[in-house]
Design a protein around this ligand. Structure first.
Ligand code: ARG
Length: 460
């Protein structure tokens, strides 16, 4: 009968219940947020005359000792204490006596856990943003070297038009920038203090919620206590934001897997970030991008898990909500290591420019340029130009010659209006550099894009 809530119970909890009910095995990760929350709460209770200064002194000293015991690994985590909130309060009371029993005045575990978890999530939003920025920087280093390196731009995984490799990487820079914006936006929206909401309805004690909010670094105080103790949107947001970021990481990973195959041969991952086979001695496997792709599924699972936990909960706090933490802890950790290892894999990979460029020599990548030529120089309507170009492509297929290398005389046979100047349009580099519209792949435009991302990372 050593439970804090045991007053109305006549028999003790079964050990099976302890195991099933406890969150202490994982919520102890929030010890710092929890102790800081208690220190702020105690300071506020003292200013409001609810605690006296000796009590505050004892509580502060006791909580600091608990913090150092935890950090030194000396704290005794006991499953029968249920969660970290009760374990810390119990230890505090054993250290300082009666003052420890007053700390929970005008507070509940419901607002306490909301404070701890919200602060953890907001801190992680910021830390993950830093990780994404470092990844972007490394992508830019590679992109800077390859603004002239041509690679087949694809749709449907079929050769489409020539682009440069930096432009291709720039697409990922755009995605990662949006990921950062989502995380930052979410941190701003959710930086609201739950402390003082107590169990669900507020408290009759004369508390100062603004004071604790300010001490804890929240921007403001929540509006409605019933919502505040049951809301887990902030946790869902980080799960969604990480899921979307992992989806981007997974798409890039998928390309790295393909590009490092013999069939593509566009990149070679460094030995330090590749693995071998236990049976086939020749193998060098891209486990890193494959695992990144796989872990994305696991992160989605956490998002779906929490959405499902929350979907039918009546107001306000329900114990189901305790299931909010593990998926977030796991996803955050997965996101952090994923960003880190992808950054290193990209930094150390070899880009095989020669293979990228020779891959551009098949698939008639400049076919659209022939159609554009017919429109611009011969005043032929686009639909007709498309048809004529299709015939030129068929001719190329028959002769086994790429359109970019086709002799002018064959083109002339297809349509007499085609002039010799067409040759300037059909070269692959000319084709790439012709795409000068805003956001296009021409090297000059790609350089502007890289400049934009560099400025963004510099905070401009
Ligand atoms: N361990 C709980 C959780 O993580 C803390 C809040 C418990 N509140 C309660 N009324 N049982 O959700």
């Amino acid at each position: 009968m050593d439970k804090m809530w045991s007053g109305r119970f006549s028999t003790g909890a079964s050990s099976l219940l302890d195991q099933f009910n406890a969150s202490i095995m994982y919520d102890r990760k929030l010890y710092k947020e929890d102790i800081e929350g208690s220190l702020a709460h105690a300071a506020m209770l003292t200013k409001q005359g609810i605690l006296n200064t000796e009590e505050l002194r004892d509580i502060t000293k006791g909580l600091n000792q608990v913090m150092s015991e935890i950090e030194l690994g000396e704290f005794e985590w006991n499953i029968s204490d249920e969660d970290l909130h009760m374990a810390i309060e119990k230890r505090l009371t054993s250290l300082i006596g009666d003052a420890g029993k007053k700390l929970h005045t005008a507070r509940s575990r419901n607002d306490q856990v909301a404070v701890d978890f919200r602060r953890f999530v907001i801190r992680k939003n910021t830390e993950i943003v830093e990780g994404v920025k470092l990844l972007m920087q490394e992508i830019i280093v590679v992109a800077d070297k390859h603004t002239q390196t041509m690679i087949p731009g694809m749709t449907h995984l079929q050769h489409a038009q020539p682009i440069n490799f930096a432009f291709h990487l720039g697409a990922y820079l755009s995605m990662f920038k949006r990921d950062i914006e989502r995380l930052e936006n979410s941190a701003l929206r959710n930086n609201i203090s739950p402390l003082g909401c107590a169990a669900l309805a507020g408290t009759p004690h004369k508390i100062d919620r603004d004071m604790t909010a300010q001490i804890l670094g929240f921007d403001s105080v929540s509006i409605n206590c019933l919502d505040t103790v049951s809301d887990r949107d902030f946790a869902l947001e980080i799960l969604f934001n990480i899921s979307t970021m992992m989806m981007h990481i997974s798409r890039l990973s998928e390309e790295l897997v393909m590009w490092s195959s013999y069939e593509f041969g566009f990149v070679e991952l460094s030995d330090a970030y590749s693995t071998g086979s236990s049976i086939m001695p020749q193998k060098k496997n891209p486990d890193v991008p494959e695992l990144l792709r796989g872990k994305t599924g696991r992160v989605y699972g956490s998002l779906m898990g929490l959405l499902t936990v929350m979907k039918a909960l009546p107001l306000a706090y329900n114990k189901d909500t305790q299931e909010d933490k593990e998926g977030v802890f796991d996803s955050v950790q997965t996101a952090e290591i994923s960003l880190d290892i992808l950054k290193e894999a990209i930094k150390t990979m070899e880009v095989k420019s020669h293979n990228m460029e020779s891959a551009c020599g098949v698939g008639h990548l400049s076919a659209t340029d022939l159609a554009d030529y017919l429109v611009k120089e011969c005043d032929i309507p686009f639909r007709e130009a498309h048809f004529i170009t299709g015939r030129a492509v068929a001719k190329g297929e028959e002769m086994k010659v790429d359109l970019s290398k086709m002799d002018f005389k064959y083109l002339k046979e297809i349509d007499a209006r085609i002039g010799e100047d067409v040759i300037e349009y059909l070269g692959l580099r000319a084709s790439m550099n012709a795409r000068t519209s805003q956001g296009g792949t021409a090297t000059a435009r790609t350089l502007e894009q890289l400049e934009y991302f560099k400025n963004y990372l510099k905070g401009n």
